[in-house]
Design a protein around this ligand. Structure first.
Ligand SMILES: [Ca+2]
Ligand SMILES: [Ca+2]
Ligand SMILES: [Ca+2]
Length: 551
C-alpha cells in the first residue's frame, strides 16, 4: 500500500500545476499574491480557517477566498478580489430562507466588490429548516441579527488587512431573509453600511410565518375540502388547477385594464376592487357537486381567506391578505396538487416547521414523521413530544406567546434616524406586487411607518434618504408575469457615491431568454404611465422604458 500511495502523494503538487483549473491560477497569480492571501490566516483576533486563491466562474480574474469561524457556530466567508481588481467597496451579501450555508456572490466579486456572507450561525446540512432553533437561544440570536453584524465586522477587518485600507464604501444587498437582514442592520447597527438595498423584506418575521401556517391550515382543513386544486376523476390525486386559472382570469378581467394596458399585470392592486363572493357568484357549484369549472362553498371560503389574511378571534389582523393578481403564485406555495405531490413549497419550506422551533419561547415539540399528513395526531409526552403545524393556534401570536422570538427575529422598528440621518445612509426597498410569500402591503406599511417615525410624516424629506419601489407583476424576489429583473445594487451605489437619487429603475420581463416587456419602476408614490404612441398601449412592441414616465 505504501508503495502505491507514496508516488501518488509526491505527484499531487505536479498534478495541481499541470492539469485542471490550477494551471490558469498558477499562471495568473504570482507567488507574492498567493502569499498575501494566505497570510490572512495569521490575522489576530479572528479565527481564520483558510485563505487561498480561487477561480471565479463569473470572471477571468481569480480572487482571495477566506473562511473563518465566529463563536459558537457562525461560519463565514469573504471573497476578496485581488488588490488590482478591487473597486474599493465592501458588500455584505444577503441570505435566503432559513439559510445555514455560505452564499457566493461571484458576479459582484467580478465587479470588484469584496463580498462577505455567513451561515447565520447554523448548518442546514445537519440541521435543516428551522430545526437548528430547537431549544437553542444562541442559534436564534445568531439567526436573528448577530451573525450578519459580526460577519460585517470580520469582513471589514479582512478588507483592511488585505488591501491595507478601509473600504471607501460599504453596502448591503439582499432579498427575503436578506431584506430582513438589511432592515435589521439599519435598525440595530446603523454604522455598518453607507447604503442598504432590502428586497421583499421578511421583517415581520413571526407574523408572516403565522400567515403561512394559517393559510396551509385553511387549505388542508377537513382533509382538503377547500383545496383549490380539484380531483377530477376521484382517484385521490388533485390533478386540475383550472379553478386557480379561472380565478386569476376573473381578477385580471376586473382590474388589468385599470392601468390603461392589458398585459396580464395589475399596476395598482391596492385599488383593485375584486370581491370573490360577488364576482364569482355565477360560477358557484350546484349544492353537493364539485368540478374544476365551478367553486364550492368551501373553496369560496379558502379564496376569501387568502385575500383577507389571518385575523385572531377578536378580529385583529395579524398579516395582510394576498393582493389581487397574485393567484397563480399561490399554486406553488400553498396549493397541494398532483404536480407537487400534495406538498406545496410553503409546507416543505418556511412554514412547515417554523412553529415547532422558531416561534415559541419554549419549543412545543419536534416535527411529525410526515409533515404532509394533515390528519396525523401528534404524539404528546415523552422526551421528544411531537407538534404538528395543523394544531397551531394563531391567537398565540396576539396573546404574546411569540413576543420573545419577535424581539429576536423581527425588524419592525420604524425609527431609522440613526442610519438615515445621523449616519447619512441611503435605503432602497423593493417588493413585487404578486409576491405571495411575503406581501408587498406589509412592506408599504413599514415604509409609511418609517416616514412617520423618522421624518415626521414628510415623504419628500424621506425620499432624500429612503425610497420604495413596488414592482407590478413581480413575484418573490424574482419571476412573475411583470417586469422583475434589474440590477438592484447599481442605483444604490450611484445614489450614495454620486448623489443621484433613483426616481426610477428599468426592469425587464423575459420569456425564453428574450425581453418581452420593459417598464420603469417608479419610487413610491409615483407609478409608470404610458406616454408612447397614442392608442397603441396594448401593443407589446411599445412596452419599452422610453414609452413610460413616472407620475
Ligand atoms: Ca448564508
Ligand atoms: Ca395592466
Ligand atoms: Ca426555539
Amino acid at each position: 500500500m505504501l508503495r502505491i500511495l507514496k508516488p501518488a502523494v509526491l505527484l499531487l503538487p505536479f498534478c495541481g500545476l499541470m492539469a485542471g483549473p490550477d494551471v490558469s491560477l498558477a499562471q495568473q497569480v504570482s507567488e507574492s499574491q498567493s502569499q498575501a492571501c494566505a497570510t490572512l490566516q495569521q490575522l489576530r483576533n479572528l479565527t481564520i480557517t483558510s485563505a487561498s486563491i480561487r477561480a471565479n466562474d463569473e470572471s477571468e480574474n481569480p480572487y482571495c477566498y477566506v473562511r473563518g469561524i465566529i463563536s459558537p457556530a457562525i461560519h463565514f466567508h469573504v471573497q476578496l478580489p485581488l488588490p488590482e481588481h478591487w473597486n474599493g467597496r465592501f458588500l455584505q451579501w444577503g441570505d435566503g430562507g432559513k439559510d445555514g450555508d455560505l452564499d457566493f456572490a461571484n458576479h459582484r466579486v467580478a465587479e470588484g466588490y469584496a463580498v462577505a456572507n455567513s451561515n447565520m450561525g447554523h448548518d442546514s446540512g445537519t440541521e435543516p429548516g428551522s430545526s437548528f432553533a430547537y431549544n437553542n437561544r444562541q442559534a436564534e440570536i445568531d439567526f436573528g441579527y448577530r451573525a450578519v453584524h459580526l460577519t460585517v465586522m470580520a469582513g471589514k477587518t479582512l478588507v483592511r488587512s488585505y488591501y491595507r485600507q478601509a473600504p471607501d464604501y460599504s453596502y448591503f444587498e439582499g432579498c427575503s431573509t436578506g431584506g430582513r437582514e438589511g432592515l435589521m442592520e439599519a435598525q440595530r447597527y446603523p454604522n455598518d453600511f453607507d447604503g442598504i438595498v432590502a428586497g421583499a423584506p421578511a421583517y415581520t418575521y413571526q407574523a408572516l410565518n403565522v400567515a403561512g401556517t394559517w393559510l396551509l391550515q385553511r387549505i388542508f382543513r377537513d382533509n382538503m375540502i377547500g383545496n383549490l386544486a380539484v380531483d377530477t376523476n376521484g382517484d385521490g390525486a388533485y390533478n386540475s388547477l383550472n379553478l386557480v386559472e379561472i380565478l386569476n382570469d376573473k381578477v385580471l378581467g376586473t382590474c388589468d385594464a385599470n392601468d390603461g394596458i392589458i398585459d396580464g399585470v395589475i399596476d395598482d392592486p391596492f385599488s383593485c376592487e375584486f370581491d370573490p363572493v360577488r364576482d364569482l357568484s355565477d360560477l358557484s357549484c350546484p349544492t353537493g357537486s364539485s368540478s374544476d369549472s365551478c367553486f364550492t362553498d368551501a373553496q369560496m371560503q379558502t379564496i376569501t381567506d387568502f385575500y383577507a389574511g389571518p385575523h385572531d378571534d377578536n378580529g385583529v389582523e395579524i398579516y395582510p391578505g394576498k393582493l389581487p393578481g397574485s393567484e397563480l403564485q399561490w399554486i406553488r406555495l400553498f396549493v397541494p396538487h398532483a404536480g407537487n405531490r400534495h406538498a406545496p413549497s410553503m409546507l416543505t419550506g418556511p412554514a412547515g416547521d417554523h412553529m415547532n422551533y422558531l416561534f415559541y419561547e419554549e419549543d412545543p415539540g419536534v416535527t411529525i414523521p410526515d409533515i404532509t399528513d394533515s390528519l396525523y395526531q401528534a404524539r404528546k409526552g415523552g422526551a421528544m413530544p411531537e407538534y404538528s403545524w395543523m394544531e397551531f393556534d394563531l391567537n398565540d401570536y396576539t396573546s404574546g406567546k411569540a413576543d420573545l422570538m419577535m424581539s429576536i427575529t423581527d425588524a419592525t422598528d420604524p425609527d431609522l434616524r440613526r442610519f438615515l440621518k445621523d449616519r447619512g445612509g441611503k435605503l432602497i426597498v423593493y417588493h413585487g406586487l404578486v409576491d405571495s410569500l411575503i406581501v408587498a402591503e406589509s412592506t408599504r406599511d413599514y415604509y409609511d411607518d418609517m416616514v412617520d417615525a423618522t421624518f415626521a410624516g414628510d415623504l419628500a424629506a424621506a425620499k432624500n434618504s429612503a425610497r420604495l419601489f413596488l414592482a407590478p407583476g413581480m413575484a418573490h424576489c424574482a419571476g412573475g408575469p411583470g417586469p422583475n429583473s434589474w440590477d438592484k445594487l447599481a442605483p444604490l451605489v450611484d445614489w450614495v457615491e454620486n448623489g443621484n437619487a433613483p426616481d426610477a429603475v428599468i426592469a425587464t420581463h423575459s420569456s425564453n431568454g428574450q425581453v418581452d416587456n420593459e417598464r420603469l419602476l417608479c419610487a413610491v408614490p409615483q407609478q409608470a404611465r404610458y406616454i408612447g404612441p397614442a392608442g397603441a398601449a396594448n401593443n407589446p412592441s411599445n412596452w419599452t422604458a422610453d414609452n413610460f414616465q413616472c407620475r
